[in-house]
Structure formats: C-alpha cells, structure tokens
Design a protein around this ligand. Structure first.
Ligand code: ZN
Length: 222
C-alpha cells in the first residue's frame, strides 16, 4: 500500500485587500493611503482585465482537479478554495495541518517592461527537493511560456533573489516552490493565463514537477 503524497497548493493573495498584480496595473503614483487606497484598489479590480488573486485561484483549482483525475496517489489540499484573505503565516500553518510533503505556491508577476514574460520558479537556498521540483517544472513548461524563449539556462531555478519571493516561501516546514506563472503585464502571458487551455499548460508543467518529485521520493532520492 502506497502512502499518499500530500501536496499543498497555496494560491497567493485573496480577499478584499490583496489583489496581487492587475492589468491594467494600478497607478504607482496614486498618493492614496489607508481606506482611500483600499477603495480605489477595489474599484480598479472590478474593471481590470486580469486580477492575480483570481488567476492564482483558478490555477490552483485546475491543478487540484487534474490531480484528482490523474489516479496518482497524491492528496491535493488548497490553502484557500475561495476568494479569502490569508496571512503568510496562516498559509504555512494550514500546510502543516494538512501534513504537507511539498508546497506549491502559485502567483503571477507583473513588470513595468511589457515585453517581460514567462514562468519562473523560486526556491529557498538549500532546499534541494524544491530545486529539483522547480527544474522539472521549468523543463516541462512550453516554450511559449518560458521566460527568455531560447535561453539555455532556462532549467536553472532561481534561489530566492528578491525579498518578496523569500517572504512568500520562508514560512513553510515542507519543501516549497514559488511559481510565478507568467506576467499579467505581457499581452501573450495574460491571454494564456486568463484562458482555461492556457492554464492547462501551466498545470501540466507543475504535474511534471510532481511526477519527478514522486519518482525521486519512491526511489529514496528525495
Ligand atoms: Zn503575487
């Protein structure tokens, strides 16, 4: 009897205040604070073509659905399956409560440079299982979604090199990978991420990471 592998998927952002990236982006020079800023952000999100918190959730639900239909011995739990606000620490507590063997944190990116595109992964320094997982995901990511299309170093995940990325994955007890699934500021990425068939491409790449991790774990190499 194979014991199920518990994968916790953590869709970033959520709730009435944490929208994540949006397209069109919210103006940086707004000069608003407190409740005024919150209200303006909420208004902006209503008419935005893409809101990261919703895309993250859709990707997480699609991944859970794909795993349930895969017949793989993987139990997939989400930190949130609705539009709910969760603190980073709470997300880590939920992952621990579910008995996570591995955590996939799902976000999307944005950039002032509209040509910037592609999926990228972040892991903590020294988190070898997460590094291997991230590499598998990036190798399985279709060329159209890879950052720097012909870049030969594409399969080398970044150790956390931004403060933000570190904060997002620093609290988990289990190996954890942050996947920035694409740029909402890039027309092609956004179109893919907003479409079910485009989301399926990202899900398939993450499934490749899960398959590789599972294989290494079963053969005692994880
Ligand atoms: Zn985000």
């Amino acid at each position: 009897m194979v014991s199920p592998f518990v994968l916790v998927v953590d869709p970033g952002h959520g709730g009435p205040r944490s929208f994540g990236a949006m397209w069109p982006s919210f103006p940086a020079d707004h000069g608003l604070t407190g409740e005024k800023l919150e209200r303006a952000l909420a208004e902006h999100a209503k008419t935005a073509a893409a809101v990261e918190k919703d895309i993250n959730l859709n990707l997480a639900l699609a991944l859970q659905h794909a795993l349930e239909g895969s017949g793989w011995p993987v139990l997939c739990e989400l930190t949130r399956d609705t539009d709910e606000a969760l603190a980073l620490e709470t997300r880590a507590e939920l992952a621990a409560k579910h008995g996570a063997d591995f955590v996939v944190v799902v976000h999307c990116d944005t950039s002032a440079e509209r040509a910037t595109a592609g999926l990228w992964t972040y892991v903590r320094n020294g988190d070898a299982p997460a590094m291997a997982f991230a590499r598998d995901v990036m190798l399985a990511t279709p060329r159209a979604l890879r950052r720097g299309t012909n870049e030969p170093t594409i399969a080398r995940p970044k150790p956390h090199w931004t403060v933000d990325a570190h904060a997002v994955i620093s609290h988990y007890l289990a190996p954890a990978v942050l996947i920035e699934c694409g740029f909402l500021s890039n027309d092609r990425d956004r179109e893919l991420l907003c479409r079910e068939s485009g989301q399926a491409l990202v899900v398939a790449a993450i499934m490749a990471g899960i398959a590789g991790y599972w294989h290494r774990r079963e053969s005692g190499n994880a």
